[in-house]
Design a protein around this ligand. Structure first.
Ligand code: PLP
Length: 493
């Protein structure tokens, strides 16, 4: 059965649905098509270039797409992510059509694959996607249709999810320190669950949303993470008894415990230790007569498996720890707030070399080439500062350099700030102005926090089709991508 089409063609041009349907019919062999459920298609929104907060028009997310096949958690959906070759092909096509500004190629299928992996390895844990990580409306829409919940940090994020048709029961207000008017908004919308980590926040809840229920976030060891959080959030273990008693006095219903081991955590033990701590708070609450029934294991999961530790390396011991401390008989609902894990692989960024400068060290020795590209630390690569990222550049069209020799080089962003350096030291062949570089795995904590400093627009987006690849009766599988005028069967039965 064929179930998914997400579509976006060339930057700035959206294709009429009829046209796409015709292409769909032409591309998918009739035998497969007859057994297909064509569940709809959608034009993905065009990113407005007006400012860092610009959100693509939601009206373009017209209700057409239904990802029915992903809603069942028991069903492992086959590979939906586009292969690298399809992403590269799309970038080359954009360049051939005259692109000059930086752009993203977005592959929502990559996120859906990650969700499938999650459901396979941590089936008891309901994921609430951390919207802040990458609030791309197409991504959020697809995740919503696939049955995910959402961790929201603010009124703005909650509003965004409501506009996409997500009900309040699927939202977790996970910011432990909330602006009062945002909490009042959550109360009006009946968002059932929020996170607190202090007596003052409990008091805020008692005053502004007494019927709301809360999780107490505890501080855990985040020393193995790329981005620490326990310096700011999480009640120390020594204070949890006092907090629970205060909640009882204030009449705030505590439903459970949450933690976050830090974003980009490369230690399974951190997760296991945090589960143990969470369990200790459940026991403490029981002594006070409180029956807690939700454990939220937060985020921190790696965005891809070629880092220091794979998701499997974490999920296996984590699941074991959850079974040990929270067996089904304990009646505890398990939830999580993954961000990077879902979003990282969805975006590939293409940047244009807009200038170069060869510098010779005063004391002699090898020279080095500074390449200036049109997205930098104030745009997508804010991740270098805020997320401690180390981006890796690849040549978009290898073989176009004058020679293949790799020479010392650095890569700089387009603003006039000397801080704006994307890669301090690397080796690249001799590239010319107008050549392109690309960076994979740019979906997490990139454009979400980018600005228009120096009047530089954030990159536009080109959405690849999510791939459909499902078994049919004859065991056939079909996968295809559409990019602009070109429809190609990437794999066919
Ligand atoms: N939950 C909360 C409260 C967060 O602050 C964050 C990240 O900042 C996340 C979840 C997502 O974390 P990650 O992207 O590491 O999964």
């Amino acid at each position: 059965m064929v179930s998914i089409i997400l579509t976006r063609n060339t930057i700035g041009r959206l294709r009429p649905c009829e046209h796409l349907l015709a292409r769909f019919r032409a591309a998918v062999p009739a035998g497969i098509r007859q057994r297909s459920t064509f569940v709809g298609l959608r034009e993905a929104p065009k990113q407005a270039a007006a400012g860092p907060k610009a959100v693509p028009s939601l009206s373009t997310l017209a209700a057409a797409l239904r990802l029915d096949k992903l809603n069942s958690s028991s069903q492992r959906v086959p590979q939906l992510a586009a292969p690298k070759s399809a992403v590269v092909e799309e970038m080359l096509r954009q360049v051939a059509e005259g692109a000059e500004e930086p752009f993203y190629v977005v592959d929502i299928g990559a996120a859906l694959d990650r969700l499938s992996l999650w459901r396979e390895l941590l089936p008891e844990v309901e994921p609430f996607y951390a919207v802040k990580c990458c609030p791309d409306p197409s991504l959020l829409y697809a995740l919503a249709q696939a049955g995910m919940g959402f961790d929201c940090a603010s009124k703005g994020e909650m509003e965004q999810m409501f506009q996409l048709g997500v009900g309040p029961e699927r939202i977790l207000y996970a910011n432990p320190c909330k602006q009062p008017s945002h909490l009042k908004y959550a109360a009006r919308q009946r968002v059932p669950l929020a996170v607190v980590d202090s007596e003052d926040e409990l008091r805020k809840h008692a005053e502004l949303y007494p019927e709301g229920e809360v999780l107490v976030r505890i501080a855990v060891d985040d020393s193995q993470a790329q981005c620490v959080m326990s310096c700011k959030y999480g009640a120390p273990m020594a204070s949890t008894g006092r907090l629970l008693r205060r909640a009882i006095e204030l009449g705030v219903r505590v439903r459970g415990v949450s933690f976050h081991v830090g974003s980009g955590c490369y230690s399974a033990q951190s997760f296991v230790d945090a589960v143990d701590r969470g369990s200790a708070v459940f026991d403490e609450a029981a002594l006070l007569g409180l029956k807690l029934d939700i454990l939220d294991i937060g985020g921190g999961f790696p965005g891809s498996d070629d880092g220091k530790l794979s998701f499997t390396d974490i999920a296996v011991p984590l699941r074991h720890a959850l079974h040990r401390q929270f067996p089904a008989s304990r009646g505890v609902r398990l939830i999580a707030e993954p961000g990077r894990f879902i979003a990282e692989q969805t975006h590939t960024l293409a940047v244009n070399i807009i200038g170069k400068k060869v510098v010779q060290p005063a004391e002699g020795g090898d020279g080095s080439t500074m390449y200036f590209v049109n997205d930098g630390l104030y745009g997508s690569f804010n991740s270098v500062l805020y997320d401690h990222a180390s981006p890796t550049a690849e040549l978009l069209a290898p073989g176009t350099a004058a020679t293949d020799d790799l020479l010392p080089a650095s890569i700089w962003g387009p603003t006039c700030d000397g801080l704006d350096c994307v890669v301090k030291e690397t080796r690249l062949p001799d590239m010319q102005v107008g050549s392109w570089l690309f960076f994979e795995r740019m979906g997490a904590y990139t454009a979400a926090a980018g600005s228009n400093f120096n009047g530089m627009p954030l990159p536009e987006k080109v959405y690849l089709h999510a791939v459909d690849s499902s078994d049919d009766d004859a065991g056939a599988a079909v996968s295809y991508y559409e990019s602009g005028e070109h429809v190609r069967m990437a794999a066919a039965a």
